[in-house]
Design a protein. Structure first.
Length: 228
C-alpha cells in the first residue's frame, strides 16, 4: 500500500494497465461465448464403431459423450439434443454419434452404468443405429436416481422388450457380458479425449465449451464447421 501511494505516476500506470488487461479478458470471454467455441486439437474417434443418428453423407460429425445414469444427460436428450437433431440431423447437415462413458456407478456395489452401456451395445449389435437410438431414448426415459442401482440386467431386458430384435439373443449377450470389451474401449476413448463429465459434446473432434446454452453454442460450433 505504501509503495502504491508513494508514486502517483506509477500508480496511474498500474491502474490503467489493470483496466486494459480486464477489458481484454472480457473481450476474449465474449468472443468465446459468441462463437460457441471449440477448443484444443481435434480428437480422433473411431466413428466406424459408434452408433449414430442421421445420414451417412452428412458433412459434420457431432459426438455426444453420455452415461445412461447421468441426470444432466437425460435433460440434454429431452431438450437440446432433440432441437439439434431437428435442426441439423434431420436436414442432412450433421450426424450425431453416441459414445457411452459409464462412470457414475464406479463407487456402487453393482456397476449398473456399465450394464446399461453393455445392453445398448447388445442392441446395436443386432439392430444397428435405429434400434440403438430407440433403446437409448427408452433407457433415459426410465432413468432412476443416480445414487441407486436401477439399471439391473433384468430391468434392462424389460426395457428392451418392445424392440424388434431377437430377445433371447439379446438376453444372452447381456448375461454373458459379450459387449463388455467394447464398452471398455468406448470408455477409454472418452478418457483419451479428456472427458471428465457428461454430457460432453465434440464437433468434428473438437470439444464444445458450453457456457450456458447447449443449443445456441453447439449450433454455433456446427455452423462454423459447415463453412466452406
Amino acid at each position: 500500500m505504501t509503495r502504491l501511494s508513494g508514486n502517483n505516476q506509477n500508480r496511474s500506470v498500474l491502474i490503467i494497465g489493470t483496466l486494459i488487461a480486464a477489458a481484454l479478458i472480457a473481450l476474449a470471454l465474449f468472443a468465446v461465448r459468441g462463437k460457441g467455441a471449440t477448443t484444443g486439437e481435434a480428437q480422433t474417434f473411431t466413428y466406424a464403431n459408434l452408433p449414430y443418428a442421421g445420414q451417412a453423407s452428412a458433412p459434420v460429425n457431432v459426438l455426444v459423450v453420455e452415461d445412461f445414469k447421468c441426470p444432466n444427460c437425460k435433460t440434454f436428450e429431452e431438450g437440446p439434443a432433440t432441437e439439434l437433431r431437428t435442426k441439423y440431423v434431420g436436414t442432412g447437415k450433421a450426424k450425431m454419434y453416441s459414445l457411452v462413458y459409464p462412470f457414475l456407478s464406479d463407487s456402487l456395489p453393482e456397476n449398473d452404468s456399465k450394464y446399461a452401456a453393455q445392453a445398448a451395445r447388445c442392441v446395436y449389435a443386432q439392430g444397428k443405429n435405429d434400434a440403438f437410438n430407440t433403446y437409448k431414448e427408452i433407457i433415459f426415459r426410465a432413468q432412476g436416481p443416480e445414487s441407486e442401482i436401477w439399471a439391473t440386467k433384468s430391468r434392462l431386458k424389460e426395457l428392451a422388450g418392445s424392440l424388434d430384435i431377437d430377445q433371447a439373443k439379446f438376453a444372452a449377450c447381456l448375461d454373458n457380458d459379450e459387449t463388455a470389451a467394447q464398452v471398455e474401449a468406448d470408455k477409454q476413448e472418452a478418457l483419451k479425449a479428456g472427458v471428465t463429465g457428461t454430457p460432453t459434446v465434440f464437433v468434428n473432434g473438437k470439444r464444445v465449451n458450453v457456457q450456458s446454452d447447449y443449443v445456441k453454442e453447439i449450433s454455433a460450433a456446427i455452423d462454423e464447421a459447415l463453412k466452406p
